[in-house]
Design a protein around this ligand. Structure first.
Ligand code: FES
Length: 329
């Protein structure tokens, strides 16, 4: 397969070919571009092609007609079919953080409800697993089923904590909720994704639905435990669920001042907090968009709606970061 040169607007260069996605070729060469789902659904990897042509290896579901007219592509879906120049940023914060495949054992299972568990995983002492708070890992379970989960623990902890929701008829859910037991041996691959805190001096607005709270707990706990971190901006968290019993976490930060908002999407008797959608509640709170960055994790519908509405309210496009939980195929 012929090698093709891919250049970025930052004058970085790597080699690709017509059978490998631009994103994978970049990752193999040590460059890290924005990505999350790697399946064409979330749109996080959207990039403009300045010159050259591409071939679509998987359907670019998150690309609109407007995006296509502007020569935008999803780097997780496209391979080069000529030399290319693309407008992609290399995320230096992720340099030196390598994706590894490692064995791991279930250390502990916490059953929050019939539909939600917390999992602590133990890695080999020699694993030297490094990640940035906010990233996710893939767990490779029985029959090589693979699913992605955001890490809720911090990089300093000697265990990996995940929150897992039960999906009806889900193959992996059947394992987690009916078979999994302490000391089970699994494999994990990671860390992955580019959802991590970029600038902690800004006002920070976090939006989460369901177990999308996991990477946000990781990010906030990392700040709370960082002896060098001095909070200079406001931090707000809006966490949405459908039922009151789904709020399985309450914060207990030592020094971090966080305005935590629990948001129920359905009306419930005697619910003392917000009702509605997290993005609506957050937008009603009058954040200063010029000073803020928004980090959203959870359902793709929430994220797309939040992005559209925050940008329409004056947030800069490069200040909206997201990690969408999308369907596995
Ligand atoms: S669409 Fe490419 S990473 Fe989600």
């Amino acid at each position: 397969m012929n090698d093709l040169k891919i250049n970025t607007s930052e004058a970085k260069q790597f080699v690709g070919n017509a059978t490998e996605t631009i994103l994978n070729s970049a990752l193999k060469s040590g460059l890290v571009f924005e990505y999350s789902c790697k399946t064409g659904q979330c749109g996080v990897c959207k990039t403009k092609v300045i010159s050259g042509t591409v071939v679509e290896l998987q359907t670019q579901l998150a690309l609109t007609e407007h995006d296509r007219a502007e020569n935008k592509i999803l780097t997780c879906c496209c391979a080069p079919s000529s030399d290319l120049l693309i407008d992609a940023e290399d995320l230096a914060s992720l340099h030196g953080i390598y994706i590894k495949t490692l064995p791991c054992r279930i250390k502990h299972i916490t059953r929050f409800s019939d539909e939600l568990i917390g999992l602590a995983l133990r890695l080999p002492q020699t694993a030297h697993f490094k990640f940035l708070e906010g990233q996710y890992i893939d767990i490779i379970g029985p029959n090589s089923i693979r699913r992605s989960y955001s890490v809720a623990s911090t990089a300093e902890q000697n265990e990996i904590v995940l929150f897992i929701k039960c999906f009806e008829n889900g193959q992996m859910s059947n394992y987690w909720f009916n078979q999994a037991k302490e000391n089970d041996l699994l494999r994990m691959e990671g860390p992955k994704g580019t959802f991590f805190l970029r600038d902690s001096t800004q006002d920070l607005v976090f939006l989460a639905t369901g177990t999308g709270i996991a990477p946000i707990i990781s990010i906030l706990s990392g700040l709370d435990n960082d002896p060098d971190f001095v909070q200079s901006g406001a931090i707000s968290l809006y966490w949405g669920n459908r039922f009151p019993e789904e709020f399985f976490w309450t914060h207990s930060f030592k020094k971090l001042q966080v305005n935590v908002n629990y948001v129920l999407s359905r009306k419930a008797d005697n619910w003392p907090h917000h009702t509605g959608y997290v993005q609506d509640v957050a937008l009603a709170s009058d954040h200063n968009m010029a000073k803020s960055a928004v980090y959203a994790c959870g359902s793709n519908i929430m994220i797309q709606s939040a992005k559209e509405r925050f940008l329409a309210s004056g947030l800069a496009e490069n200040k909206f970061y997201s990690d969408a939980f999308v369907q596995s195929y």
